[in-house]
Write a protein that binds this ligand. Structure first.
Ligand SMILES: [Zn+2]
Length: 453
């Protein structure tokens, strides 16, 4: 065969193609998927709220089996044709996000303000949390065994909360002349919760009035803060961004963008060869520790449970060794204002589909479970076969920084696993940005992974 002809049929060069170009005939599907995603993102601000949302969304679907762990982790499972012993298709994503948690003894009064002390959770840039409306979400476990749910700051009639910031006129020594890391201190991230005194009280007139109000509304007393999971999060709904409405802006897209895609894929998938499990975990942002993090052995419990329900004998370690997995997590997109932190040939671009990351880690891939060449080929062949927009992306330049995901904790079972999720801008900020075509591509990718042999 003449050489010229041969090169015509081969894609010799790996040229990135915009997801908007590839999916130009599916604009209506992109919109309807993102409408559902925006509603989820607007309502769900904590891991517990995510579990409740998925529980409600799965109602009436007998084929969608949900296995929960402590109200903070959920596995959404669909039975496949093959027995569990042949391995499962697993998508793991996390439903916790960076935020401010209340300390055990948070409430105090200072210069006639009632304030709440916080301890931040996960990687935040502290200045982004100042001078903006905040909401409180979470639960208080009372001594009598009652769990009181709290969500204040989201509804139109609700008050919100805030952390004040110093006026520019007086910020010279306290902020401007300092290094960014010194200018904003965790101990100053205190929430204003009230300012009106009640003169019936002798001292702490503002704080005591706040306590009285909390008691009237929730039946709680100050000591109840000790047994509470209360999270301070940005108030308000997620929004469409851009005059062309091509982007989604909102809090917690890392990693609810993958969590929603994983749930929707498990919900919508058809003709599954293997059992599909979307495992949505907590505590990723602080190292996947604890009994609700990816390092817990909950996935084994899920398999025992499925074995019992499907009436199959299972040995979880063997099932997991024979399984294939995706670690669904957000990546950092090529930043138009800070291109210098990226290496542009290997940075994910927003609008170019789901991003596959062969390895994560920092300073020489440390902390990464790298996906093998064979597994990368397996995954990209599925995406190419199904016409799913995808790209690869590495988080920043070599030696620029880095990060990890849950992948290595699942890889410890011997399964194949690779990181795959959309690239975001303003990641870990109160208003993260995603591209609508990337969120939809992520869903298509997870679904294809579940449905294909
Ligand atoms: Zn994440």
């Amino acid at each position: 065969m003449p050489r010229k002809k041969q090169t015509k049929t081969l894609d010799l060069c790996n040229k990135p193609v915009s997801g908007w170009e590839i999916l130009k005939d599916r604009l209506a599907d992109i919109e309807s998927y993102n409408r559902e995603y925006l509603a989820f993102l607007s309502r769900v601000k904590t891991e517990r709220e995510a579990v409740v949302y998925f529980r409600e969304a799965a109602k009436g679907r007998k084929d969608l089996v949900l296995v929960e762990n402590r109200g903070k982790v959920v596995a959404c499972c669909r039975k496949g044709r093959l027995p569990l012993g042949e391995g499962v298709r697993l998508v793991v994503a996390h439903i916790d996000s960076p935020r401010l948690d209340l300390k055990a003894n948070p409430l105090y009064e200072d210069v006639d303000f009632a304030m709440l002390k916080t301890h931040y959770y996960g990687g935040i840039k502290k200045y982004q949390w100042l001078a903006r409306p905040l909401a409180i979400h979470g639960v208080v476990a009372r001594q009598d065994g009652k769990l009181v749910e709290v969500a204040v700051g989201e509804d139109e009639g609700d008050p919100c909360f805030t952390i004040e910031d110093l006026l520019p006129h007086l910020a010279q020594n306290a902020q401007y002349s300092k290094k960014l890391s010194d200018a904003f201190q965790g101990e100053k991230l205190n929430i204003i919760i009230g300012s009106r005194p009640d003169f019936e009280f002798k001292e702490n007139k503002v704080k005591e009035r706040v306590l009285r109000m909390l008691h009237d509304k929730y039946g709680i007393v100050e000591q109840d803060f000790v047994s509470a999971d209360l999270e301070i999060v940005p108030a308000g709904p997620a929004r469409e961004v851009g005059i062309d409405r091509s982007l989604v802006g909102g809090y917690g897209q890392d990693d609810r963008v993958c969590s929603w895609a994983a749930f929707a894929a498990a919900r919508d998938a058809r003709n599954l060869p293997r059992t599909a499990i979307s495992l949505l975990v907590d505590k990723e942002e602080i190292g996947s520790e604890g009994n609700t993090g990816a390092q817990s052995k909950f996935i084994e419990e899920v398999l025992w449970e499925l074995g019992a329900r499907f009436k199959e004998e299972v040995v979880p370690s063997r099932v997991l060794y024979r399984s294939k997995a995706i670690s669904g997590d957000a990546n950092g997109a090529l930043d138009p204002d800070y291109p210098e932190v990226h290496e542009k040939n290997n940075a994910a671009k927003m609008g170019y589909g789901v991003c596959i990351t062969k390895f994560t880690g920092a300073r020489g891939k440390v902390g990464s479970s790298e996906a093998s060449a064979e597994y990368m080929a397996f995954v990209r062949s599925i995406l190419n076969r199904r016409g799913v927009p995808w790209q690869t992306g590495e988080l920043g330049k070599v030696d620029e920084g880095g990060g990890g995901t849950v992948a290595k904790f699942l890889a410890a079972y011997g399964m194949d696993i690779v990181d795959m999720g959309p690239a975001l801008l303003s990641m870990h900020s109160p208003f993260e940005l995603s591209s609508k075509v990337d969120t939809f591509s992520t869903y298509l990718a997870y679904r294809a992974f579940m449905e294909e042999e």
